[in-house]
Ligand binder design. Structure first.
Ligand code: F6P
Length: 467
């Protein structure tokens, strides 16, 4: 039943704008989330009639839900922990993430067995919880923007409950081509597509992912898609970096402190600095990035002692063995490079694994070369943030498989992410690039990176939906 009151604008995403931790004294600490998604969607928070629906992710969030603690305009769903775990880890981050980033080791995985079917049922229940909350909270004719691969079924479920709503969905990952998408069991592949086609508009960061989505619809749904009972428009909105926020935040004293600490770790002032910043997960291709750096030191010995790689690999999704094992491999290889090449006064790789946004900004400012070489990536905001924040200009080595390539390809040194030898060559070229050329390219990269800042990106989707 449609309520007479309710929000006129709703956003749904797995991770919300705030998270909670239980202190030793039993109180709750609220922590604001960071990143482009949160800053883009934060436009919602300025709108009095808006509601952001998200999941309670950990014990602190669940305790906040239990105690009825929350922020105005945010509704956190206390989904049962087992259901959440199976939906988030068991389906979204181990199956959908692996399909869209094409990460499977095909001879042994995936295996879709009875255990997977149970996890899929949890994914359906988790999507249903979002659809119910949105249906409850929306005013007649409201606009609803659903985010990402965690919530593919929500548009269809919500459409059934509330045909009066304007529904949009945005995917932040790549979209797999049909041959790969069809690794999924047929009924599940179809359910995911039908779920998304419940939306009036679906959005992607690049034309390439949008075209892969429509190709999957044609291939998997065939006639049913061609008949198109509900016409869903497919849009491209390339999220950009938030220049104002980044420039202001990167000038604060905590960033200056971290720059001083990093300079000490780099050692001699005239050493070149290669920077990479990622959540540690296999699509980011951190291991091949380290192999390429090792090859650089081997093939061009003149760089030994003259360059330091700052690699920030922040732990992500550590409940899953595949992500933990990848983090361990990154650590092992960094140690191995330091043991093989390091000297008393020179550590070739400085690896940090604990999340620290101020330290990432410090590294962005210091970078002479940035390495962003994902196997596939929906966008990759790091590639867009570094040129905006860079102090003296930074050469960008960029994977052609990152969504950001569509916006930054012209002024980056573009690499094939599996080609370690070519990546080593690109690092050598980037390190050898004259300073004035680096500075010129950085200026152009920064302009392209900020073409659609988060708030405009969000409003573009909203206007398309309401238009
Ligand atoms: O790239 C997709 C995405 O959902 C991003 O929007 C976000 O930065 C990241 O994955 C977050 O992953 P998680 O919430 O699992 O830490």
């Amino acid at each position: 039943m449609v309520e007479s009151s309710g929000a006129s604008l709703l956003v749904a995403s797995n991770r919300g704008p705030v998270s909670y931790a239980v202190r030793d004294d039993g109180g709750l600490d609220a922590r604001r989330g960071g990143g482009g998604l949160v800053s883009g969607l934060s436009a919602v928070k300025g709108d009095g009639g808006a509601l952001w629906v998200c999941a309670a992710l950990g014990d602190g969030d669940r305790e906040a839900v239990r105690r009825g603690v929350g922020e105005p305009g945010v509704r956190m769903l206390g989904i049962e922990p087992d259901v959440f775990h199976d939906a988030y880890n068991g389906v979204a981050n181990s199956v959908l993430w692996f399909v869209h980033h094409m990460l499977y080791d095909i001879p042994v995985s995936p295996v879709f067995d009875a255990g997977f079917r149970r996890r899929w049922a949890a994914y359906e229940a988790y999507n249903r919880a979002f659809a119910d909350a949105l249906a409850d909270g929306a005013a007649p004719g409201a606009a609803v923007l659903v985010q990402d691969y965690h919530l593919c079924l929500v548009p269809g479920m919500l459409r059934e409950r509330r045909p009066d709503l304007r529904i949009g969905h945005f995917t932040h990952t790549p979209w797999a081509p049909p041959e790969y998408f069809r690794l999924l069991p047929d009924d599940i592949a179809a359910a995911l597509l039908r779920g998304l086609l419940g939306a009036d508009r679906v959005g992607f960061h690049t034309r390439r992912w949008a075209e892969a989505f429509t190709a999957c619809c044609r291939d998997v749904l065939g006639e049913e898609y061609a008949r198109g009972e509900r016409a869903t428009r497919v849009d491209v909105h390339a999220l950009g970096a938030d220049a104002g926020f980044l420039r202001e935040r990167s000038r604060r004293p905590d960033v200056a402190e971290r720059m001083a600490a990093l300079r000490t770790q780099v050692g001699e002032a005239d050493r070149e600095v290669v920077v990479r910043v990622d959540r540690t997960e296999p699509s980011k291709n951190i291991v091949r990035g380290l192999l390429a750096y090792r090859r650089l030191l081997e093939r061009w010995p003149e760089w030994r002692g003259r360059v330091v790689k700052l690699a920030f690999a922040y732990p992500s999704r550590q409940d899953l063995a595949v992500y933990r094992d990848y983090t361990a491999e990154v650590r092992r290889l960094a140690d191995e490079i330091n043991e093989s090449y390091g000297t008393d006064g020179w550590q070739p790789v400085v690896l940090h694994v604990e999340d620290d946004f101020a330290r990432s900004l410090a590294a962005y400012r210091l970078a002479d070369v940035a390495l962003v070489n994902p196997l596939r990536d929906g966008m990759n905001l790091v590639a867009k943030e570094i040129p905006v924040v860079s102090d003296d200009g930074c050469a960008l080595v960029l994977s052609r498989e990152a969504g950001a390539y569509a916006d930054l390809g012209e002024d980056a040194l573009v690499v094939h992410p599996y080609d370690v030898e070519a990546t080593a060559e690109a690092l050598h070229a980037a390190l050898s690039m004259p300073r004035d050329e680096r500075a010129r390219r950085t200026k152009r990269l920064a302009a392209a990176a900020t073409a659609l800042p988060p708030q405009e990106w969000f409003l573009a989707q909203l206007n398309a939906l309401r238009g």
